[in-house]
Design a protein around this ligand. Structure first.
Ligand code: GLN
Length: 604
C-alpha cells in the first residue's frame, strides 16, 4: 500500500501472552502478519525478549533453541526466523529488542553525560528508550521495497505479569497512548483449558490474565484463545463480559494439523476485520487472499510417501535447537511432495566408545542412520559428538547416501576425507585438536587472530561458484554467486586445498579472495555437499533453499530431473573461467537480483 512517498502513520499490532508460556505466540504473531500481508498491507515485525542477554549469541541451544542469524550478522531469538519465513522479509538485529540492549543503550547515554545530571530511572528513561527504539526500528524497510511498512507487529516475549517484562509493559502502555487510538491494536494470546473429567472449557485463567494486563495499563482489542476445539458460544460470552472484549473479537486458536493453517484459521474467524477496524484501515485494505497458504497447508497434510532424513547432531533432545534446519527440510520435502520423517541420531551414540558403554544406544543409533534416505550433519560448537559426525560422513560417502554437511558438518566431511582418502590419521580441526599434524580446518577469523571475542564470521557473505558444472551451482540456478549467512570461526585450511582437490574433493564455491572455502562437493557421489554457510536461514515456504531441495531430491531419487530443470545459460561457463584466472571484478558486476527465485516454482 505504502509506496514510500508522503507522510503516514505507522500502525502497531502488539501481541502479548497470558496464563502459560509456550502457547505458540510467535507463530500466532507471524500468522497475523501473514493475514495482514494478504490484505495488501506491508508488514514488519519486532520481537521483544525481556531477558538480560544483549543478544542470543551466547545462549545455549539446549536451553533456548537455536540462535537465528540475520543478514546483518545479528544473532537473535529464533522467533525472528518465524517472521522472516512467514512474511518473506529480512529483519535487522535491531528488530530483536532485549532488556540487555535497552539498558546498555541507556547506560552508554548516561556515561556520555547525555542525561545532563538527571537521575536515570526505569521510568521515564528506560521506558522512553523502549518506545524510541520501537518507533525507529518499525520504519526500517524489510521487504525489499522502499519506504517503511504499513503495520509493525510487536511480540512481547514471556507471560504478562513476569517481573522482567514490567518495564516493557509500562512502556507499551505509554506507547499505545502515544500513538493514539486507531493506530494500535492489542491481541492477547491466552489459554482456555478443557478439564478432561467434565470436558468443560474454562475461562477463568484468561479472565485473570486480562485483569493483569489491564492493571498494567494495557487494554486488549482481541483475545486469541488457545484451546483444543473451537470455543463454545457461552464461553465466548462469558469472556466477552468479564474481559470487556466484543464476542466477535474473541478468536479460538484450536489445534490444527500444521502451523501453515493458522493464517486461514484467523481469517475464517474474521480476525483481519477486528484488527483492521482497530487500526482504522478497513477502507484501505482488501479482502485477504490466502490461496497459496491454504493450498500449501492442505497439501502438506496429505503427503504420504516418506523421505527419511537422519540428523546427526549434538542437541537431538530438543528440536528447537535445529528449528531453521527442520523448516528448510520441510520446505524442500513439501515442494517435492514428500512426507518428511526426521530421525534424530545423537552423534556420540554412533561412536565406538558407546558400543562398549551402552550397546543398545549404539545399535539403535546405527539402525536409524542405516535406515535413512539422506544424512544431514548440522553446525555445532565444541568437540562432543565430533567423532560420531565424522563416522556419519564416512558412512554416507562410502555407501553413496545423499549427504549435506552444514558449517561444522562441512568441516568434519573434509576431516573425514583427509583421514580416509589421504591417509592423514591425525587430520582434525584445530578447534578440537590444536596440536594436530594435519590441520585441515583452522581458525580463520575476519578480524584479529589473537583475540577470540568478536572474531566470529557472522551474517551474509558472498560465495562465488568456481565451476558451473557442479551440483551446487546448478541447484542455485546457474548464478555466478550466491549470498548466504555465516556463523563460524574455523574454515578449511587453504594450504591443504590443492592436496584435497587432487584426491577428488572439489571446492566448488569460494569467497571473493579464493582463500575461504564455502562449498565442497564429491563429484562422483550421488549427492555429497558441504557448506561453510548456513543455507537453512534463507529457506522459505514455497521457496525452498537450493541445497536442501537437492538433498531431498537426491534422497528420493529425483535429483536428475531437478538438475535438468537448471540448464547452464550460454556464456556463464566463460565468466567462471575468467574468475578462476583471478579476475574477480568481472564477477562482482553480475546483478544480485533473484538468486533464490530460481528455486521457486520449479516444483510448484
Ligand atoms: N565450530 C565451528 C566453527 O566455529 C562450526 C560452527 C558452526 O557450525 N556454526 O567454525
Amino acid at each position: 500500500m505504502n509506496k514510500g512517498g508522503g507522510m503516514k502513520k505507522m500502525k502497531y499490532v502488539l501481541v502479548t501472552g497470558g496464563v502459560v508460556s509456550g502457547l505458540g505466540k510467535g507463530v500466532t504473531a507471524s500468522s497475523i502478519g501473514v493475514l495482514l500481508k494478504a490484505c495488501g498491507l506491508r508488514v514488519t515485525s519486532i520481537k521483544i525478549d525481556p531477558y538480560l542477554n544483549t543478544d542470543a549469541g551466547t545462549m545455549s541451544p539446549f536451553e533456548h533453541g537455536e540462535v537465528y542469524v540475520l543478514d546483518d550478522g545479528g544473532e537473535v531469538d529464533l522467533d525472528l526466523g518465524n517472521y522472516e519465513r512467514f512474511l518473506d522479509i529480512k529483519l535487522t538485529r535491531d528488530n530483536n529488542i532485549t532488556t540487555g540492549k535497552i539498558y546498555q543503550a541507556v547506560i552508554d547515554k548516561e556515561r556520555r553525560g547525555d542525561y545532563l545530571g538527571k537521575t536515570v530511572q526505569v521510568v521515564p528513561h528506560i521506558t522512553d528508550a523502549i518506545q524510541e527504539w520501537i518507533e525507529r526500528v518499525a520504519m526500517i524497510p524489510v521487504d525489499g521495497q522502499p519506504g517503511p511498512a504499513d503495520v509493525c507487529v510487536i511480540e512481547l516475549g514471556g507471560t504478562i505479569g513476569d517481573i522482567e517484562s514490567m518495564p516493557f509493559t509500562e512502556a507499551l502502555g505509554q506507547f499505545s497512548y502515544r500513538v493514539g487510538a486507531g493506530n494500535f491494536c492489542l491481541i492477547h494470546v491466552s489459554l482456555v483449558p478443557v478439564l478432561s473429567a467434565v470436558g468443560e472449557q474454562k475461562s477463568k485463567p484468561t479472565q485473570h490474565s486480562v485483569r493483569g494486563l489491564r492493571s498494567l495499563g494495557l487494554t486488549p482489542n482481541i483475545l486469541a484463545c488457545r484451546s483444543t476445539l473451537a470455543l463454545e458460544e457461552n464461553v465466548k460470552q462469558k469472556l466477552s463480559q468479564f474481559c470487556h472484549v466484543p464476542a466477535e473479537n474473541i478468536i479460538t486458536l484450536y489445534d490444527v494439523p500444521n502451523i501453515w493453517h493458522l493464517p486461514s484459521l484467523l481469517r475464517d474467524q474474521k480476525a483481519h476485520g477486528a484488527i483492521l477496524g482497530a487500526l482504522n484501515l478497513l477502507g484501505v485494505a482488501r479482502e485477504p487472499n490466502l490461496k497459496e497458504w491454504t493450498s500449501r497447508a492442505e497439501s502438506c497434510d496429505m503427503l504420504l510417501e516418506p523421505v527419511r532424513i537422519a540428523i546427526v547432531g549434538k542437541y537431538t533432545g530438543l528440536s528447537d535447537s535445529y528449528l531453521s534446519l527442520l523448516k528448510a527440510l520441510l520446505h524442500a520435502s513439501v515442494s517435492l511432495r514428500k512426507k518428511l520423517v526426521v530421525d534424530w541420531v545423537p552423534a556420540s551414540d554412533i561412536e565406538d566408545e558407546t558400543a562398549k558403554e551402552n550397546p543398545d544406544a549404539y545399535k539403535a543409533a546405527w539402525k536409524l542412520l542405516q535406515g535413512a534416505d539422506g544424512v544431514l550433519v548440522p553446525g555445532g560448537f565444541g568437540d562432543r559428538g565430533v567423532e560420531g559426525k565424522i563416522l556419519a560422513a564416512k558412512y554416507a560417502r562410502e555407501n553413496r547416501i545423499p549427504f549435506l554437511g552444514i558449517c561444522l558438518g562441512m568441516q568434519i566431511a573434509v576431516i573425514e576425507f583427509a583421514r580416509s582418502i589421504l591417509g592423514l590419521q591425525d587430520a582434525n580441526s584445530t578447534e578440537f585438536d590444536p596440536d594436530t599434524t594435519s590441520p585441515c580446518v583452522i581458525f580463520m577469523p575476519e578480524g584479529s587472530k589473537t583475540h577470540f571475542g568478536g572474531t566470529m564470521r557472522l551474517g551474509s557473505r558472498r560465495t562465488y561458484f568456481q565451476v558451473m558444472d557442479c551440483k551446487s551451482a546448478k541447484l542455485y540456478g546457474n548464478r555466478g554467486f550466491v549470498d548466504e549467512r555465516h556463523r563460524h570461526r574455523y574454515e578449511v585450511n587453504p594450504d591443504m586445498v590443492s592436496t584435497l582437490e587432487d584426491a577428488g574433493l572439489s571446492f566448488t564455491g569460494k569467497d571473493e579472495t579464493g582463500q575461504r572455502m564455502e562449498i565442497v562437493e564429491l563429484p562422483n557421489h550421488p549427492y555429497y555437499i558441504g557448506t561453510q554457510f548456513h543455507p537453512e536461514f534463507k529457506s522459505r515456504p514455497g521457496k525452498p533453499s537450493a541445497l536442501f531441495l537437492g538433498l531431498i531430491a537426491a534422497a528420493c531419487g529425483q535429483l536428475d530431473s531437478l538438475l535438468h530443470a537448471h540448464k547452464i545459460p550460454n556464456g556463464m561457463a566463460k565468466k567462471v573461467s575468467l574468475y578462476q584466472n583471478g579476475n574477480a571484478t568481472k564477477f562482482a558486476k553480475i546483478p544480485a537480483d533473484g538468486i533464490y527465485s530460481n528455486c521457486n516454482g520449479v516444483h510448484a
